[in-house]
Design a protein around this ligand. Structure first.
Ligand SMILES: NC(=O)c1ccc[n+]([C@@H]2O[C@H](COP(=O)([O-])OP(=O)(O)OC[C@H]3O[C@@H](n4cnc5c(N)ncnc54)[C@H](O)[C@@H]3O)[C@@H](O)[C@H]2O)c1
Length: 268
């Protein structure tokens, strides 16, 4: 069997290590290189629990792509770095699967343009945990009947962006599915700035950052005499491996220069 050859970008990070371990252990995939802005003298396979792989973390993504000619780059880096990384991959005609969060609508447009210009596909998803994607679907169904809704997301305290990409996508999906609505008391005021959280289309979002969490999201619907709470917990980073593997398997089949957005777009 021809294995799918992967370069892991952000390889020293929490997600990079977990994904390298999970994807590298799959029968149909192999890790070709590990790229990060942090170098290491230790064999990368030993760092991510795969046994010796014969290469170390390296710093230059473009050089690694030119040398290895991978089938796909998987990028879990940082919101500040990701656009450059995506452009590098696409310019070198290398499909890229991106889990890094922080994309604006303008960023998505730009990536779609690069995909078309360089005739190479990209796959971007704010959440690769299948359970979280199902939660978004169920929430979209529920909001039609219970339109008063708030989102609470909880992550580890080293996360850079807030609210999470998943929370933003969830709110956008809710906004698309419900009739616009003014929620809460029009006279409401905050004793402390930010106490009512962020807001999208009248819906509030609250971001908790504490050590111990990986990623949790609750979507809470309120109606007369009842509350419905949908909740997903990613208990470890292994939660993301099957979703990223699905995206990798999908993108190597795609021959056009298209941007695929969201894991939900490839689920039945
Ligand atoms: N889509 C999802 O399902 C999902 C799930 C979890 C985390 N994330 C996102 O993935 C990203 C990474 O999360 P994390 O917890 O692993 O963060 P992390 O800080 O542990 O790791 C990020 C790594 O990227 C490296 N890096 C930064 N800039 C780089 C560049 N230009 N080139 C190469 N490497 C670079 C850093 O040195 C670091 O090792 C974040 O944006 C996070 O929100 C997405």
């Amino acid at each position: 069997m021809q294995k799918i050859k992967i370069i892991m970008n952000g390889a020293a990070g929490r997600m990079g290590r977990a994904l390298a371990q999970g994807l590298g252990a799959r029968e149909n995939m192999s890790l070709a290189a590990a790229v990060d802005t942090k170098a290491s003298d230790v064999d990368y396979g030993l760092l991510c629990g795969l046994g010796e792989l014969g290469f170390k973390q390296e710093l230059d993504l473009a050089a690694a792509i030119r040398r290895e000619q991978p089938d796909v780059v998987v990028d879990f880096t940082s919101p500040a770095a990701v656009m450059n990384n995506v452009r590098t991959c696409l310019q070198l005609h290398t499909p890229v699967v991106v889990g890094t969060t922080g994309f604006s609508q303008a960023d998505y447009k730009q990536v779609a343009k690069w995909c078309a210009d360089f005739a190479t596909p990209a796959f971007i998803a704010a959440n690769f945990a299948l359970g979280a994607v199902l939660l978004m679907r169920f929430a979209q169904q529920a909001v039609k009947y219970m339109p008063h809704v708030e989102v609470i997301e909880r992550h580890h305290d080293q996360k850079l962006d807030a609210p999470s990409g998943t929370a933003v996508t969830t709110l956008e999906m809710l906004a698309a599915a419900r009739t616009p609505l003014a929620q809460g008391n029009t006279q409401e005021f905050e004793r402390m700035p930010g106490s009512r959280g962020g807001e999208l289309d009248g819906m509030r979002v609250h971001s908790v950052r504490l050590p111990g969490y990986v990623a949790t999201q609750e979507v809470v619907f309120g109606a007369e005499g009842q509350v419905l709470c949908l909740r997903h917990d990613a208990l470890s980073r292994e939660a993301y491996v099957p979703g990223v593997a699905l995206a990798v398997e999908k993108i190597v089949q795609v021959k056009d220069g298209v941007l695929i957005q969201g894991l939900e777009s490839i689920l039945d």
